[in-house]
Design a protein around this ligand. Structure first.
Ligand code: NDP
Length: 338
C-alpha cells in the first residue's frame, strides 16, 4: 500500500480563452499501486509548452485532447522510487513523455527513457536545448527549411525556447538571421548575445516596415512560431522558392476556431513557395543527430540558451500564462521537487 500523496492538476472544463481557475483544479490523493512492469516516479521537473493549451481544447490536433477529469498531459523528468520493471531500479533518473502535471507518476517501464547526463549541462537541459525544444529547432530548420549559406531567415518568437536555438543554428549554417520578438531586452539579447543580424520588436514597430528595412532582398525562409499578422508580414515577403517551416501559431491558441492562413495564398503559386507544417514527435529518428550536434555546438560556445524555472507544481497554471504574455526568459519549466 502506498502512503505517499500525489498532487496533480486535473482538467475540469475546456477554457474559452486563457485558462482560468475554473478550468483546472489542483487535487491530491494517494499514489496508485504499482502493477506488473510499472514504475513509480517522483517528478522533479515539468516542461510547460504552448501546446499544453491546445491539449485543453477539443479542436482538431495532432494528439487526442486531454479529456475532462484527466490529469493534464506534460513531459517530466523524475527519479524512480519503486520499480516492478526489470528495465529500471529505484534511484534511476528518467524522462517520461507523458509524466503529467503531477508530483508522482505511475507508468509502464516502457514509457520511460533513462537519462544519460551530459557533463557540465544541468538536468533541465534534457527538457530544453537537449530535449524536444532543441530537436524542434534542429529538425524544423535543417530538414524542413533546408537552409543554404547566404540565405535570409526570419524567425518569430525569436527569443523563445525554440526560436532562439533556430536562429543560432541558422547562423552556424551561414545564414542571415532576423528575429521577431516582444520588447527591447529580448531584441537586444538575440542580437548582442546570440549573434542574430537584426531584431524586430513587434510590440513597438510595424513588422512589415521593419522587414522591408532589414531584408531589402526579401526573405528566403520563415521559421514560423506565431501565426496571424506576424506570419502574414513575413510570408508576403518570401522570395521565389521560399520556404516556411510552420512550427507553431501561438497567437491563435487562446481562441477557438480555425487558425487563419496568409492573406494572399496566390503567392504560393506565383513564387513557387513551400509551406510545410511539422510536429516534432514525427521526427524522433533525428534525436541522436540533434543531440550529437547540439552538444558539440554548446561545447564550442556556438549555442547558448536560457531556462526559466518556476518553483512549485501548484504554480503551473499561472506559469503557463507566461508563454502567452512573454513574461518568461527562456524555456519554461516547473520545479516539482528538489
Ligand atoms: P517560447 O519559449 O517561444 O514561448 C512562447 C513565446 O511566444 C512567448 O515568449 C512570446 O514571445 C511569443 N508569443 C506569445 N503570444 C504571442 C503573440 N500573440 N504574438 C507574438 N508573439 C507571441 O515557446 P516554445 O519555444 O516552446 O514554442 C514556440 C512555438 O513553437 C509555439 O508556437 C509552439 O507551439 C511551437 N512548437 C512547435 C513544436 C512542433 O513540434 N511543431 C514543438 C515545440 C514548440 P515574445 O515575448 O517575444 O512575445
Amino acid at each position: 500500500m502506498n502512503h505517499t500523496d500525489n498532487q496533480r492538476w486535473v482538467l475540469r472544463r475546456r477554457p474559452e480563452s486563457a485558462p482560468g481557475p475554473d478550468d483546472l483544479e489542483f487535487v491530491s490523493s494517494p499514489v496508485d499501486e504499482l502493477g506488473d512492469e510499472q514504475i513509480l516516479v517522483k517528478n522533479l521537473l515539468l516542461s510547460l509548452d504552448p501546446t499544453n493549451r491546445l491539449w485543453m481544447s477539443d479542436r482538431d490536433q495532432y494528439l487526442p485532447p486531454v479529456e475532462i477529469g484527466e490529469i493534464m498531459r506534460g513531459t517530466t523528468i523524475g527519479v524512480v522510487e519503486q520499480s516492478r520493471s526489470d528495465r529500471f531500479d529505484a534511484g534511476d533518473t528518467v524522462l517520461l513523455g507523458e509524466g503529467g502535471w503531477q508530483t508522482h507518476s505511475v507508468a509502464p517501464g516502457s514509457a520511460a527513457r533513462r537519462l544519460r547526463p551530459v557533463e557540465g549541462l544541468p538536468l533541465q537541459s534534457h527538457l530544453s536545448v537537449l530535449g524536444m525544444t532543441g530537436l524542434t529547432a534542429y529538425v524544423g530548420l535543417l530538414d524542413i527549411c533546408q537552409p543554404r549559406e547566404g540565405e535570409t531567415l526570419v524567425v518569430s518568437a525569436a527569443a523563445g525556447a525554440v526560436g532562439s536555438v533556430v536562429g543560432q543554428i541558422a547562423k552556424i549554417k551561414g545564414c542571415r538571421v532576423i528575429g521577431i520578438a516582444g520588447g527591447p531586452d529580448k531584441c537586444r539579447w538575440i542580437v548582442d548575445e546570440l549573434g542574430f543580424d537584426g531584431a524586430i520588436d513587434y510590440k513597438s514597430e510595424a513588422v512589415g516596415d521593419a522587414l522591408d528595412r532589414l531584408c531589402p532582398d526579401g526573405i528566403d525562409m520563415d521559421f514560423e512560431n506565431v501565426g496571424g499578422p506576424i506570419m502574414d508580414a513575413v510570408f508576403s515577403r518570401l522570395n521565389k522558392g521560399g520556404r516556411m517551416a510552420l512550427c507553431g501559431m501561438i497567437s491563435g491558441y487562446n481562441t477557438e476556431g480555425p487558425l487563419a492562413g496568409p492573406t494572399d495564398f496566390g503567392r504560393v503559386l506565383m513564387n513557387r513557395l513551400t509551406i510545410r507544417g511539422f510536429v516534432v514527435i514525427d521526427h524522433l529518428d533525428r534525436s541522436a543527430d540533434a543531440r550529437r550536434d547540439l552538444v558539440q555546438w554548446i561545447t564550442d560556445g556556438k549555442i547558448t540558451w536560457k531556462d526559466h524555472i518556476v518553483d512549485g507544481l501548484e504554480n503551473a497554471t499561472d506559469a503557463l500564462s507566461r508563454l502567452f504574455s512573454g513574461a518568461h526568459d527562456g524555456k519554461l519549466l516547473v520545479r516539482v521537487a528538489q
